[in-house]
Write a protein that binds this ligand. Structure first.
Ligand SMILES: C[S@@+](CC[C@H](N)C(=O)[O-])C[C@H]1O[C@@H](n2cnc3c(N)ncnc32)[C@H](O)[C@@H]1O
Length: 806
């Protein structure tokens, strides 16, 4: 419903567009600056080398697939990942698109050349509910080139691709059970350490039009628990009405999709072949344990946590899960969920593996040389046992060897380099309940999933260790990065120059991180997607990217308002005069509670440009956050609902705020004024020509009614025919509506040109489906509209009058 359902799109910042584009770069294409791209004259399309002897040796030895499967495994791993896509289930066009995929596209693509052995060009993923996720047997490259598939891109605009796709799916789940206009009770807090990733996430989830999301920017291992403490000032001190009993942030579900070496994504990120080394996984293990433990401490008893990686490495997978189980001492259980996704082909988790360090295979922590014991920790091994007391090792030959002498070291290396000589540890934990997805089972990437249930509170010692806020009061010394907020406002023009961060302290959480330098002692910045390091023989990953990024860069301009430097404050918007003017102008029904649910990112109400709507659950979390001294570093919250008019004509309108296209689907059922039905032909004209004079509408009565609306924002609802073209407007899940501007002489759409075109296409697609006549030609419908225009003898309307408002 609303302007394309939950898909309303709005302003995208240049930074967001840049990040969005970068994330979709063709990774199989080598850049000219790539030093490995021969002599600089290489074709930019030359494929990456898809092999790495260390990789082969490592995984053959780990036995992640049976020896006889190895060739097939590696063959598939070297092929580009076929495109897969998901249909946004909250889109009102969801079933239209699915029907088009099931019928139209399926047939038209049948003639195309597809992968050897594959019989269908596209097929729904059997394990994903309701045919909403699809696997294509075309590579991404083929998709780009292919004429027939070119049109599929139109579809892929509404499907969801990572980054942020898991957050999107979680939001879909909480929105699924709600009726149009009703807000779900649930809430998702999505956190990422990387600012650019936060921006991508905000961008991706905008299509969801949700008031139930908070995006935060913390180190996950130190994510604040917001435990209410009497030392903090109460919400009522800040003029906030607090009805919530929330005493701390505790969650029903936690997803830890942790930073990992990312070798499960080799098929879509082939540059990892070159960068891969065993140090990547080893260097991330401790951080992964810390993040998972923090997740568990934020979980309610009875709740479930998913630990996942896109790595095949047991040190990042089973070893982490085993360590969690040991640390939790029975307060979490590893759950076997294979029956919940019976069609997802997966393999059991491993119970034995080895660790490799500096070219040496290690079967037990007792084999680790003393000077390597900071990096190679007991929890990396199946037994998890520490042998810190043993400075000597006893290889199977029985001779006692001092590993700390040169001679002893040589002896150890001679003995241990051969993996066959090692006595393997086997975990006694039920790690087979973990799920491993391997590429050649279902032509996918590789993935690791473990589901854990919290059955009782964590042991006190763990709880104390993990809860950072118990030890550290909230501080205002976080990194001075200017974050590209969802719609960052210039706040009061108050800015401060900082010279190279020389006066900055370490950000929170640098203390516990297992920061390890590479061979040269130089820290290398990890790839934010996978936390990979580049150009190192065997590197381990520094985990504190926040520390690194805060020290780089030159002069920065910062707003000094708010709790977190570089991030606009979150303020409850309680200006009753403005709220009442909005309510009166749009006739918003009292059942839609505005008071207490509106926030802005600017404490000066006279300068607020955007007002966001938050669900009850988000409101409660914000109340709690205020009570605990704003521990959450919030980069985005709520749904942009109202925007201040900026055009000259807008200033003379009775209400200074218009309804944003994202907010429209949520508030639509509650609007009783400034809303009209339009016939199909007039609705299409509006989408096509953007501005139409009142006298030029085909339906003269509609033109007349439109002219009588108050100047300013209004809502035009597509009539399905048959409704009396009068109030009350009936809204349901299939209602299509757009925001418009009622000017002096005309009506103009307040939807971007791209969104108008997209809506027009989908509208026509639906009409075709309804007619049972799936004609693909004339997808834009412009001829049809043009014909109707000509038939009615109308002139093409003038261009948009209120461009500022679109
Ligand atoms: C495997 S990716 C997650 C992908 C994401 N779940 C999705 O579906 O698109 C790991 C993410 O962890 C982030 N990250 C790395 N270190 C982190 C930390 N200490 N705390 C929080 N996030 C971190 C990275 O920026 C990266 O976005």
């Amino acid at each position: 419903m609303g302007g394309g359902g939950r898909e309303g799109r709005s302003y995208r910042s240049r930074t967001q567009r840049k990040h969005f584009k970068q994330s979709r770069e063709n990774v199989w294409k080598r850049s000219k600056s790539d030093p490995d791209s021969t002599d600089g004259h290489a074709s930019p399309w030359q494929p990456f080398a898809t092999q790495n002897p260390s990789f082969d040796e490592y995984y053959k030895e780990q036995g992640i697939v049976a020896a006889e499967e190895w060739d097939r495994f590696i063959e598939v791993l070297r092929k580009p990942l076929p495109a897969a896509f998901r249909i946004n289930s909250s889109s009102q066009f969801c079933s239209d698109i699915r029907s088009q995929l099931e019928n139209d596209f399926m047939k038209s693509l049948q003639t195309e050349v597809i992968e050897e052995g594959e019989v269908e060009p596209i097929r729904p993923l059997p394990w994903y509910p309701n045919n909403l996720a699809w696997h294509s047997n075309f590579s991404r490259m083929q998709l780009r080139k292919n004429q027939t598939l070119e049109s599929l891109r139109i579809v892929s605009v509404v499907v969801c691709a990572a980054p942020g796709s898991k957050t999107f799916q979680l939001l879909e789940i909480i929105h699924q059970s709600t009726n149009p206009g009703a807000l779900p009770n649930g809430m998702v807090i999505a956190n990422d350490l990387d600012v650019q990733r936060c921006n991508l996430l905000i961008h991706q989830t905008k299509r969801m039009c949700t008031a139930n999301l908070i995006v935060t920017n913390h180190e996950a291992q130190h994510f604040p628990g917001c435990r209410a403490n009497k030392n903090f000032s109460s919400a009522s001190d800040k003029g906030i009405e607090s009805e919530s009993n929330m005493g701390q942030l505790l969650f029903d579900r936690v997803l830890c999709d942790v930073p990992c070496s990312g070798d499960g994504t080799l098929r879509k990120a082939p540059d990892i072949w070159r960068k891969w080394n065993v140090g990547l996984g080893n260097g991330l293990h401790s951080l992964q344990v810390q993040i998972a433990m923090r997740g568990i401490s934020l979980l309610k008893v009875g709740g479930r946590i998913v630990y996942s990686t896109c790595s095949m490495n047991p040190v990042e997978n089973e070893a982490v899960v085993a360590e969690i189980l040991r640390k939790c001492e029975g307060s979490v259980e590893l759950v076997d969920v294979s029956n919940e996704v019976p069609q997802l082909i997966h393999r059991p988790g491993l119970r034995k593996w080895k660790v490799r360090d500096k070219g040496i295979w290690l079967a037990s922590h007792k084999h680790v040389r003393k000077f390597r014991r900071i990096g190679i920790v007991p929890s990396m091994f199946p037994s998890g046992s520490s042998h810190m007391d043993a400075t000597d090792i006893e290889p199977k030959h029985g001779n006692v060897t001092d590993v700390n002498s040169d001679e002893g070291l040589q002896q150890v290396e001679d003995v241990l380099t051969s993996a066959d000589d090692l006595e393997e540890e086997v975990s006694d934990l039920p790690l087979e309940r973990c799920m491993r997805l391997v590429p050649h089972d279902q032509n996918s990437g590789a993935f690791f999933i473990a589901v854990l249930q919290k059955v009782s509170p964590l042991p006190v010692v763990q709880e104390k260790h993990i809860n950072p806020e118990e030890k550290m009061p909230p501080r205002n010394d976080d990194p001075p990065k200017k974050l590209q907020n969802q719609d960052t406002e210039e706040v009061n023009g108050m800015e401060v120059d900082l010279a190279d961060g020389t006066d900055e302290k370490d950000p929170e959480g640098s203390l516990e991180a297992n920061s390890i330098d590479n061979e040269d002692g130089a820290a290398v910045e990890p790839d934010p997607l996978t936390c990979e390091k580049v150009n190192s023989e065997e590197t381990e990953v520094p985990v504190n990217t926040e520390t690194k990024s805060e020290r780089t860069g030159g002069k920065r301009k910062l707003q000094i308002q708010g709790k977190w430097k570089g991030i606009d404050p979150v303020i409850f918007f309680n200006d009753e005069t403005i709220i009442n003017s909005i309510k009166t102008f749009y006739g918003i029904d009292d059942s839609f509670q505005l008071s207490g649910h509106l926030v802005s990112r600017n404490s000066d109400t006279n300068r607020v440009k955007r007002i966001y709507y938050v669900s009850k659950s988000v409101k409660d979390a914000l109340d709690l956050n205020f009570r605990v001294g704003q521990q959450l570093k919030i980069t985005s919250v709520g749904l942009k609902m109202f925007e201040r008019q900026t055009s000259r004509e807008g200033n003379s309108a009775p209400c200074s705020f218009r309804i944003s296209s994202e907010g429209l689907p949520v508030i639509l059922p509650y609007i009783t004024k400034q809303i009209l039905y339009a016939s199909l032909v007039d609705f299409k004209h509006l989408l096509q020509y953007k501005t139409i004079k009142f006298a030029d509408f085909v339906d003269a009565e509609f033109g007349e009614k439109a002219s009588k609306l108050m100047m300013g924002c209004c809502v035009i609802v597509l009539s399905k025919g048959g409704e009396a073209l009068s109030n009350p407007i009936q809204i349901d899940a299939s209602t299509i509506a757009i925001g418009c501007w009622k000017g002096r002489a005309s009506l103009s759409v307040m939807v971007t040109a791209i969104d108008c075109q997209e809506l027009l296409e989908r509208l026509l697609m639906r009409l075709e489906i309804e007619k049972g006549d799936l004609v693909q030609e004339n997808a834009l419908g412009t001829d049809e509209v043009q014909e109707e225009m000509n038939d009615n003898g109308k002139e093409e309307p003038e261009s948009l009058e209120v461009a500022e408002n679109t």
